[in-house]
Design a protein around this ligand. Structure first.
Ligand code: UD1
Length: 417
């Protein structure tokens, strides 16, 4: 298992560029299954989860290639409506292929997906939604889905799930008649997926709201050559929190600040200066910040669960008490035991972590249990006294491209071991 070795306390200065968002790319690639032509996605970087998704596409008969940072995906030759077991177990997002494969082949078989290890991640809502569109589903660990015809329907989601919203949008694009998804999620990645599908000829209305309406079409026929996905707001937030934790000045290009308003509101005026441009965030630290009070994660536009561990890591070095409540994945606190090894003062009570900030965090031997807790550990290690070794780098690389190189470029003492 590879690791990162970080000698903390270097301030970070310079520029970082972020590229297309992992969580936008995964459903976009899945949606290519609906197409019988090649599409190029601009501004992509090589991240682990995207590579696994592309391998799944290849295993069902599709093709992909990179030209520089443009990723071309061609699903015209996809012919196997069966998801490979080993690859599907590696990423949660393999479940996104159920909707589009069902729409194209009227049948699909799959295993329940894997993914980041932060507790139970059921797929019942995905399956219930597809049932509403006419799918018959059997099996447990191995699933068999079949639908002679997908038929538009009204689907009310019990929770505004990102993946379920995306899956049902992709399935209903080619269904007969109108589908209405009520309590749909509003994340920018969903808006991005809908913009892509609409350019191809889909008829999707209301993306970015809690009610999305899809008028099914026979085929997506508008051939487009290129599409530019949104950039990675979670990567942006991670680098913002890293520089806040170490001190310094950072310019993040490619960042759409509107996608990070919940974070910006939390840190605004907290001994830092922020200037925002249309595709740039500039952050200058002016001393140790104050504790953050109460933060609760929830679906967009609230504070994102994917930045909960990075924020928790930052809160450890602020003076005073911060309470962070996890409102999306109740067991997402695997970072806490690792941070305690660094001398952090954190108590977990149910879905809440209570952090008493201290500026005495010290380096330790740590393990990245999941992608975002790994990112949080990097943030802590960068600000801590002494050397930290973080194992599980491959878990972090599932969502962060070249994180060691990017950090070195802005002055961090980081090596790969
Ligand atoms: C997506 C993101 C992930 C992020 C999450 C929440 C991608 C590839 N991943 O994951 O990074 O942390 O949104 O913003 O975009 N649930 C069920 N049954 C289901 C599906 C979900 O109970 O069938 C629950 C989940 O356990 C969780 C909640 O719904 O408690 C939200 O999860 P969801 O929005 O579906 O997350 P993902 O789409 O898997």
């Amino acid at each position: 298992m590879s690791k990162l070795i970080i000698n903390g306390k270097n301030k970070l200065y310079g520029k970082i560029e972020v590229k297309s968002a992992k969580n936008a790319m995964l459903p976009l690639i899945a949606s290519c299954v609906l197409l019988d032509f090649e599409v190029g996605f601009l501004n992509c970087s090589d991240i682990g989860d995207v590579s696994v998704m592309l391998e799944i596409i290849k295993s069902i008969g599709g093709k992909y290639r990179y030209e520089g940072d443009t990723l071309f995906v061609d699903c015209s030759s996809v012919y196997i409506p069966e998801l490979p077991c080993d690859l599907s177990k590696k990423i949660r997002a393999s479940v996104f292929l159920l909707g589009p494969l069902l729409a194209r082949f009227r049948k699909v078989s799959a295993v329940t997906p894997g993914g980041c290890n932060f507790g139970d991640r059921p797929i019942g809502m995905h399956l219930d939604g597809l049932r509403k569109l006419g799918a018959e589903i059997s099996g447990n660990e191995h699933l068999y889905l079949r639908a002679d015809k997908l038929k538009g329907s009204k689907i009310v989601l019990p929770f505004a799930s990102v993946g379920v919203t995306e899956n049902l949008i992709m399935a209903s694009c080619l269904a007969d008649g109108e589908t209405v998804i009520v309590n749909s999620a509003k994340e920018p990645e969903i808006v991005c997926l809908c913009a892509f599908l609409n350019r191809l000829g889909a008829k999707i209305y209301g993306a970015g709201t809690h009610k999305i309406t899809i008028h099914g079409v026979k085929k997506l026929t508008n051939k487009i050559t290129y599409f530019k996905p949104i950039t990675d707001r979670i990567e942006v937030g991670t680098y913002m929190l890293a520089v806040l934790n170490t001190g310094g000045e950072l310019e993040i290009s490619g960042a759409n600040f509107l996608h990070n308003t919940s974070l910006i509101k939390k840190i605004y005026n907290n001994t830092c200066k922020i200037s925002l441009e249309s595709d740039k965030i500039y952050l200058k630290c002016c001393g140790v910040g104050n504790a953050l009070g109460y933060v609760k994660t929830a679906p967009y536009p609230a504070f994102p669960t994917d930045l909960q561990s990075p924020l928790l890591a930052y809160a450890c070095s602020l003076s005073g008490k911060t309470i962070i409540e996890e409102g999306v994945f109740k067991n997402r606190f695997s970072i806490v035991n690792e941070l305690k090894k660094m001398n952090a003062d954190i108590t977990v009570e149910g879905c809440r972590a209570i952090v008493n900030g201290t500026n005495r965090l010290r380096g330790a031997v740590l393990n990245a249990g999941d992608l975002r807790s790994g990112a949080g550990l990097i943030i802590s290690a960068l600000g801590a006294e002494g050397v930290s070794e973080i194992s599980g780098l491959e878990v972090i690389e599932r969502g962060y491209a070249d994180i060691d190189k990017k950090l070195r470029l802005i002055g961090a003492d980081v090596t790969k071991g």
